[in-house]
Design a protein around this ligand. Structure first.
Ligand SMILES: NC(=O)c1ccc[n+]([C@@H]2O[C@H](COP(=O)([O-])OP(=O)(O)OC[C@H]3O[C@@H](n4cnc5c(N)ncnc54)[C@H](O)[C@@H]3O)[C@@H](O)[C@H]2O)c1
Ligand SMILES: [Zn+2]
Ligand SMILES: [Zn+2]
Length: 391
């Protein structure tokens, strides 16, 4: 079958790989109808998560049609239209029982790497390097889905492929940030990053009753999108004073909840950008935590900061003093999507959650390397590139 492969840092190719086969009684094979890029893929493409091997198939967000099910699969049958959570979890272990699905003890079949780096291994993720299980990714004609009853969700008839696709990752990730970040009715919420994840976090905050939601980025097209489709306020950090504006818009206190949806390749206009770039390139720190630092500084005393952006390992100049002295709650997680996807699909069916505007560029899988180039370099207003392997 055809697939998009990682060939080295910033090097991709489309070529033939073996078809997936059933390995387990709980597996399903899905014919991929749509699969989409994510900011997380950029960290792999750029070599910031150094556990990819030449020829690995990329992609973890997808929707498709079930073409084969194992004898233990109860919820799905051949022909079902399903969206699949980007994280692999078993649904039965200690963590899954507590709905902390991305921490699943059985989802990552290759736990040694992350045990060495972080102490314990999180669950697995499709197409997300050998550190997260070495699963073949979804930028392909077919994909094997382990624990299919747990990871695949039937899409309600009234929800289009374009909309449901984002229930795989961006929508549940954003929802988790607002939910576990503790957004309550009446809160002021600031979201750093107006990519797919930040936009979904901002929308979740609105739906959870926040009084004001402010999304921060430098790309005008992304900010306009947020105003138009999410009903939130915006801040352009290149032309506006983020700290001053956030104070002004929160009655002088600072936002109650700050959600960081930028991650380890964050950007800034100040001198710290150069500082972090140099240290990252020299491998003196692995991640550039610029937006995380800002979220911590600008959060009100006693507020909550949630890190949705992906971080790999070590950061520098981290304001731990502000976390401690301001009494902040600091959390982060890979998405526990299984906990939210059914509810999000219902909201999509009711029209409360629209996502299809994120799919700015749709193309056949053959054009995926060009799609990644547009997405990475934010060319032509690209917010997400969607690939259709069957086209
Ligand atoms: N926790 C999870 O489970 C999970 C799931 C999906 C993605 N992610 C992570 O979320 C992050 C965002 O993903 P995405 O797909 O939206 O990425 P994206 O690249 O489309 O968007 C990131 C946005 O952040 C903006 N940005 C950069 N520096 C900034 C700063 N200092 N302040 C404000 N905005 C800034 C960029 O301009 C860009 O618009 C990535 O790190 C990704 O790996 C995490
Ligand atoms: Zn993703
Ligand atoms: Zn589990």
């Amino acid at each position: 079958m055809k697939a998009l492969m990682w060939q080295g840092v910033n090097e991709l190719s489309v070529g033939e790989v073996p078809d997936p086969t059933m390995r387990n009684e709980q597996d399903a094979i899905i014919r991929v109808r749509k699969t989409v890029t994510c900011g997380s893929d950029l960290h792999l493409l750029g070599g910031y998560i150094p556990f990819m091997e030449r020829g690995d198939v990329l992609g973890h967000e997808f929707l498709g049609e079930v073409v084969e099910v194992g004898p233990q699969v109860r919820k799905h049958k051949v022909g079902d239209r399903v969206v699949v959570c980007s994280f692999v979890s078993c649904g039965r272990c200690w963590y899954c029982q507590r709905q902390q699905y991305s921490l699943c003890d059985n989802g990552n079949t290759n736990p040694a790497i992350t045990e060495n780096v972080w102490g314990f291994a999180p669950g697995g993720c499709y197409g997300y390097s050998h550190a997260l299980g070495g699963f073949a990714g979804s930028h392909a004609e077919y994909i094997r889905v382990p624990y299919a009853d747990q990871g695949a969700f039937t899409v309600p008839d009234g929800v289009s492929d374009e909309r449901a696709l984002f229930a795989s990752d961006a929508a549940p990730t954003g929802w988790m940030g607002a939910d576990l970040g503790g957004v309550k009715a009446g809160d002021v919420v600031a979201v750093w990053g107006a990519g797919g994840v930040g936009q979904m976090a901002a929308r979740a905050a609105v739906l959870l009753g926040a009084e004001r939601v402010i999304i921060i980025d430098r790309f005008a097209n992304r900010l306009q999108m947020a105003e138009k489709y999410l009903g939130v306020e915006t801040l352009n950090y290149q032309t506006q004073d983020v700290g001053g504006e956030l104070l002004e818009r929160s009655g002088g206190r600072g936002p109650d909840v700050c959600i960081e949806a930028v991650g380890m390749e964050s950007h800034s206009t100040g001198p710290q950008y150069l500082y972090d770039q140099v240290k990252q390139q020299l491998r003196l720190e692995s991640d550039r935590p610029i937006a995380a630092r800002q979220a911590i500084y600008h959060c009100r005393k006693g507020g909550s900061v949630f890190l949705l952006g992906v971080y790999a390992n070590l950061v520098d100049k981290f304001p731990l003093g502000a976390v401690m002295n301001k009494g902040l709650t600091l959390r982060g997680a890979q998405q526990h999507g299984h906990r939210y996807i059914p509810m999000l699909l219902e909201r999509m069916a009711r029209g409360e959650l629209v996502t299809e505007h994120l799919a700015t560029h749709t193309m056949p899988l053959d054009e995926a390397p060009q799609g990644y180039n547009m997405f990475k370099n934010k060319l032509d207003g690209c917010v997400r590139a969607v690939f259709e392997p069957a086209r």
